[in-house]
Design a protein around this ligand. Structure first.
Ligand code: AP5
Length: 214
């Protein structure tokens, strides 16, 4: 199964992708995670991406298209993949279509998740991740047992640089201007499945599975 999770920052793409990995045994390809790792490792690509990410802007198309093309060619993607945070522009979607077509593949489902802006702000400002193992938390919806400490490895929980309110607002504007047009793009292609992202993580997962099966 070749799947795209589409939706604004904080809608739950990463959370849902992790559950789908366990269910289907296919990898999650998160361009955000790959870029953050490059920033942390101080690679040339990370140095180029950092300024864009810190301000909430998109990293240039050619950088992310190259990342995804390389990742899709790897062995673990041959039985399927979950794209999380890619594509984010029409040129990225066109490039993805060409890369997949060259591999004799196509996208089966684009799951478009949505919740209102107030909920997005609550989810993003309260999100925390372990600086050591990367496990995800939310201060209200998925808190750790001890505040600020990871349940799994006792690492310190930190807030993402781009989860400050001003940057979040910019990310939401960028989403509306550059990524939301992909909803119509994939609707026209006949692969769009719209799912309400409001509800418990488990309920949203159930709705995603139902949308895919339908
Ligand atoms: P990226 O990392 O992709 O961030 P994003 O798309 O902004 O999405 P998020 O990771 O913020 O949100 P999410 O939908 O995954 O939500 P989550 O599951 O964590 O991109 C970051 C940056 O990298 C971009 O701004 C850009 O600069 C660059 N970039 C990345 N890809 C790019 C591309 N293709 N082109 C160009 N630039 C690119 O959930 C959020 C919180 O809500 C969590 O705390 C979670 O616990 C909680 N939560 C989740 N579901 C629920 C629920 N049902 N109920 C209650 N709480 C919930």
């Amino acid at each position: 199964m070749n799947l795209i999770l589409l939706g604004p920052p904080g809608v739950g793409k990463g959370t849902q992708a992790k559950l789908l990995i366990d269910r289907f045994g296919i990898p999650q390809i998160s361009t955000g995670d790959i870029l953050r790792a490059a920033v942390k490792e101080l690679t040339p690509m990370g140095a180029k991406a950092k300024g864009y990410m810190d301000s909430g802007a998109l990293v240039p198309d050619e950088v992310v298209i190259g990342i995804v093309e390389e990742r899709l060619a790897q062995e673990d993607c041959q039985k399927g993949f979950i794209l999380d945070g890619f594509p984010r522009t029409v040129p990225q979607a066109d490039a993805l279509g060409q890369v997949l077509s060259g591999m004799g593949k196509s996208i089966d489902h684009v799951v478009s998740l949505s919740v209102d802006k107030e909920e997005l702000l609550t989810r993003l400002t309260g999100r925390r991740a372990c600086a050591n193992c990367g496990a995800g938390y939310h201060v209200d919806f998925a808190p750790s047992k001890v505040a600020g400490v990871c349940d799994a490895c006792s690492g310190q929980l930190v807030q993402r640089e781009d989860d400050k309110e001003e940057t979040i607002l910019n990310r939401l504007s960028v989403y509306e201007a550059q990524t939301a047009p992909l909803i119509a793009y994939y609707q026209a292609a006949g692969v769009l499945r719209s799912v309400d992202g409001l509800g418990t993580v488990e309920a949203v997962q159930g709705d995603i599975l139902a949308a895919i099966r339908a």
